[in-house]
Ligand binder design. Structure first.
Ligand code: DP6
Length: 330
């Protein structure tokens, strides 16, 4: 009753922003992402022989607070589906800073769900795995597959048609790159979960977000299939700016950008104007991810590292879906 899984983070090209059902994590809109190699979470889960659930994340015992609530809720969901009552020990390790806007909840809940369901002998396919992972964190849905992935929003109330589907394998576009810049390692003040709920309630821009999303999704799907970096990059950049417009116009306003975030935005626009093809996308945080092709990576990395606010640049390629490994963390 023990298993270990490793899952990669993903970054959305078309963002998930807003839940039509917060209990089941059902989104108002579909989203598309790239699963990244290089940013991952490894998780070992063991059921049986424990008096209480034990959670250790990055060497730290999680004993109280919102984070524990989220983990216990998810573990209870898996126990309910598997019809077991055994307590469990869960040890999890990220190879990148948690809660710094680098999608740790996506890789985290995908690895947790995969390891826990395997430890219980469930052998799920990627669709079933993504439906359960979704209920830990929406973006985790997309970390259940490799390469370019769409999380279809679905229509049903029970959420059985809201899951991840692969648009293209990582090998389809091997020279596609995302450069994750770290400008701040401070945990953000407003979580995505709270931010999106507040947006739906108070932003006058939210309906405009939903009005234009289908066209954005179609452009990025076509851009991926045709390996058209211009179409993918431009659409992803505009989509991210629209999401941030909804955030900025909530009451009270949520502004995730820091001065260094704007410094990178302006630089990308300037570099592009001078012929260096690159685009940006930003999640609910201060970090900026740059979208480009492999032949631009060394020039862009050097330029980014020369900007005052950039602490680190992590180069990410298209990555594989989650897998089981034999080396347990305990
Ligand atoms: C801006 O998946 O972290 O990164 O479902 O409440 O756990 P919950 O939210 P989360 O939100 C991610 C929002 C985003 C966009 C995206 O990844 O699509």
């Amino acid at each position: 009753m023990k298993a270990t899984a490793i899952a990669n983070a993903n970054i959305a090209l078309i963002k998930y922003w807003g839940k039509r059902d917060p209990e089941l994590f059902l989104p108002y809109n579909s989203s598309i992402s790239l699963t990244l190699n290089g940013l991952n979470t490894t998780t070992t889960v063991e059921f049986g022989g424990y008096d209480q659930d034990i959670f250790i994340l990055d060497g730290q015992g999680i004993k109280e607070g919102k984070e524990l609530e989220k983990l216990v809720r998810h573990l209870n969901l898996i126990r309910k589906i598997a019809r077991v009552s055994e307590k469990a020990k869960i040890i999890s390790r990220n190879n990148f800073p948690r809660a710094a806007g680098l999608a740790s909840s996506a890789s985290g809940f995908a690895a947790f769900t995969f390891a826990a369901t395997e430890a219980l002998g469930m052998s799920l396919d990627s669709k079933e795995l993504s439906i359960i992972s979704r209920q830990g964190s929406g973006s985790a849905t997309r970390s259940c597959l490799g390469g370019f992935v769409e999380w279809t929003k679905g229509k049903k109330q029970d959420g059985t048609d809201s899951y991840a589907e692969q648009i293209a394998l990582p090998e389809h576009w091997p020279n596609f790159r995302m450069l994750a810049t770290i400008v701040s390692t401070k945990a953000k003040k407003v979580s995505s979960r709270v931010g999106m709920a507040q947006t739906i309630e108070t932003s006058p821009m939210y309906s405009a977000w939903l009005d234009t999303i289908e066209q954005d999704l179609e452009n990025v799907r076509q851009g991926i299939l045709n390996k058209d970096i211009g179409l993918v990059g431009k659409t992803a950049e505009a989509n991210c700016l629209k999401m941030h417009a909804t955030m900025i116009t909530t009451v009270p306003s949520i502004i995730y950008w820091m001065p260094a975030t704007l410094e990178i935005i302006h630089s990308v626009l300037e570099w592009r104007e001078k012929g260096l093809e690159c685009y940006f996308t930003i999640d609910a945080g201060a970090q900026v991810k740059i979208i480009c092709l492999e032949d631009k990576v060394s020039e862009l990395t050097q330029k980014l590292e020369n900007l005052g606010g950039v602490k680190k640049v992590i180069v990410c390629k298209p990555g594989q879906g989650p897998k089981l490994i034999k080396e347990h963390l305990f």
